[in-house]
Design a protein around this ligand. Sequence first.
Ligand code: PMP
Length: 449
Amino acid sequence: SETSTTNASTTNDQYFVRAKASIPGGVNSPVRAYGSVGGTPRFLVSANGPYVTDAEGREYVDLVASWGPAILGHAHPTVVSAVQEAAARGLSFGASTPGETELAELVRSRVSVGDQAPIEKIRMVSTGTEATMTAIRLARGYTGRDLLVKFAGHYHGHSDSLLAEAGSGLATLALPGSAGITAETAAQTIVLPYNDLDAVRKAFDENSERIAAVIVEAAAANMGVLAPDPGFNKALSEITTQQGALLIVDEVLTGFRVGPAGWWGLEASGAVPGGIGWKPDLVTFGKVIGGGMPLAALGGRAEIMDYLAPLGPVYQAGTLSGNPVAVAAGIATLQLADASVYARIDEVAALVARETSAALSREGVAHSVQNAGSLFSFSFTHGAPRDYDDVRAQEAFRYPPFFHAMLDAGVNLPPSVFEAWFLTAAHDDRAVGRILEALPGAARAAAAA
Ligand code: PMP
């Protein structure tokens, strides 16, 4: 069979023991280790549509979607064929390909609303981490300034400057930052509370002409989902423009997921309030842009993007940047992700969020459901959280029993309360039905915690 190293008689437990002997923690990315929920991670061997299948042959309805990329569902046949055809033509050339330009043009035209088109040029890299790392280097090179402003609980990948009070796995593991980052580097990142414009103005007052950029998740989704206050992103754009700094909007997670033009597209079109009439200077993409292959990008105003080598003095490169197989997956995915895909995801996301909240309420579990378009998550809080401190103060101990009850019932949720739940266009009535069936038991488990 296709899984020659997989043997149905080997359990997840056995794979985990074996993995831990050769791989730190048994995982190649920390949250996968189930550190905050406990138990044995499922070792997955295949995925199709809304389902994933583990090494023991058990199928789960998947609400992780590879942490976002699988917007069409797993292994969409058209995407798989595009990948197979590209692979047959060669895996990597280390040279320019027609596909890269096609994908660049696709992104430029998609990320536009009316006459506003923030992506004039785009550079492709392999991971979201590289995209944000390059964007901040570019901002520093362009402005000639050193300092960076980020928000507590926002995750932008694992480059040195961006790990201060970051969300995602650091939130899961309750880490303030990472060992191995020099004090000098850490001192160049100013971390502010989210949704606090006074704090942003104060940081600029105190560091006049020293801040190169403000980086912000378009809508925060790595401390659970926390949409920006209406007008927050627009105000950031106005402040940075006034102050001669750049605004980097990180759409690695939200881009092409919450809508065809990402979160910015929802604001710029008026679909969410307070956001008409502003543009980011730089935008980072990842996840959906590669359709499940390693591909990410940064884009923005041509005048800024042209500061990148070979035209400009800011260096960035990559052996596998714009990899032809990844680009083929990205093009096929974006071409298929039309209005009907977003409409379906909006619909199932709203349904699952509503029903989960209802199940928790029936059991008397205090919680808040937060969404940013079709992205949503739950916090076990007594009111709606607004920032990282609020999110961290929740009754997080209720999540592990909730998670495991869902898993036992065949539903794969993110193994951390600080992560968004991801629906796909492949979540049909059968898959959604299985989620709904699992909810009452899981809510009881959360209540009993
Ligand atoms: N930015 C955001 C907003 C993200 O959610 C992530 C990953 N979850 C990243 C950057 C980093 O992307 P990658 O994991 O591909 O390095």
